[in-house]
Design a protein around this ligand. Structure first.
Ligand SMILES: Cc1cc2nc3c(=O)[nH]c(=O)nc-3n(C[C@H](O)[C@H](O)[C@H](O)COP(=O)(O)O)c2cc1C
Length: 223
């Protein structure tokens, strides 16, 4: 995909909490499932797609959190390893990007849903890390406030690909829009660090996915 198309999709994506009753049809389900299968194969996570399942968001905290009509979601499940949060962030956002490409809306949700009512299988050595609401939005959401670029990066010498990557990272969803990450360029290496706070490791995986597809994997290595 061309850089301009990547950025366009990222600019169009906003968290959407209100959905219409429109069902997700079979072809789109299958495309998403194939993407989830690829993610699970690469990451050894156990990401599950839940369709036509309204219970997880039919709970006071969800309504209070202004969610309505959430009938589909992606459950991010994985073995309790040290890197499970970052991996769920990275592959969850890959699915968010795919969903956006397919004309769907999404919202990352770590808190305002009912963990008990989620219709997925969680093995004994696994945890449910977060879910991503999925469906046709009753609205498209709105752009989030951004920190200034200087606050989230350090660069040794200017490189176009690096700035492209940082700008894409700024468009990524982060928990309570905290944007607590830092990207540092050292030659062709990029170091990404998570700040202190809730879910910053999930955020780190998310922003690394954005950075990678905008900067181009061929231009750098993660340090
Ligand atoms: C890891 C993570 C957890 C989140 N948890 C919730 C949540 O529990 N409830 C909610 O309403 N939004 C949640 N969000 C959505 C964020 O508030 C939202 O992504 C952020 O404000 C930026 O807005 P945007 O996604 O429209 O760009 C979460 C986002 C992330 C990345």
């Amino acid at each position: 995909m061309m850089y301009s198309d990547v950025i366009k999709l990222m600019e169009e994506r906003h968290s959407v909490r209100k959905y219409t009753a429109r069902r997700i049809d079979g072809n789109i389900r299958q495309t998403l499932q194939e993407c989830a299968d690829e993610c699970n194969k690469a990451s050894l996570l156990n990401i599950q797609l839940c369709f036509d399942e309204p219970k997880a968001f039919d709970t006071p905290i969800s309504h209070y959190g202004s969610f309505s009509n959430v009938n589909n979601y992606i459950a991010l499940v994985g073995k309790k390893t040290k890197d499970v949060y970052e991996k769920c962030g990275y592959y969850g956002e890959k699915l968010v990007f795919k969903a956006q490409e397919l004309g769907l809306n999404t919202c990352w949700v770590a808190l305002t849903y009912s963990k008990k009512k989620v219709g997925c299988v969680v093995g004994q050595d696994e945890s449910l890390i977060a879910v991503i609401a999925l469906g046709y939005g009753a609205e498209q959401g709105k752009p989030h406030k951004c920190k200034s670029l200087e606050k989230v990066m350090r660069v040794d010498e200017n490189a176009e690909w690096f700035i492209r990557g940082v700008k894409a990272a700024m468009l990524a969803p982060t928990a309570v829009n905290q944007q607590k990450f830092f990207l540092e360029k050292q030659g062709n290496a990029v170091k990404a660090t998570a700040g202190l706070g809730f879910y910053t490791k999930l955020d780190l995986g998310i922003i690394k996915y954005h950075f990678e597809i905008a900067a181009g994997k061929e231009n750098f290595v993660w340090k």
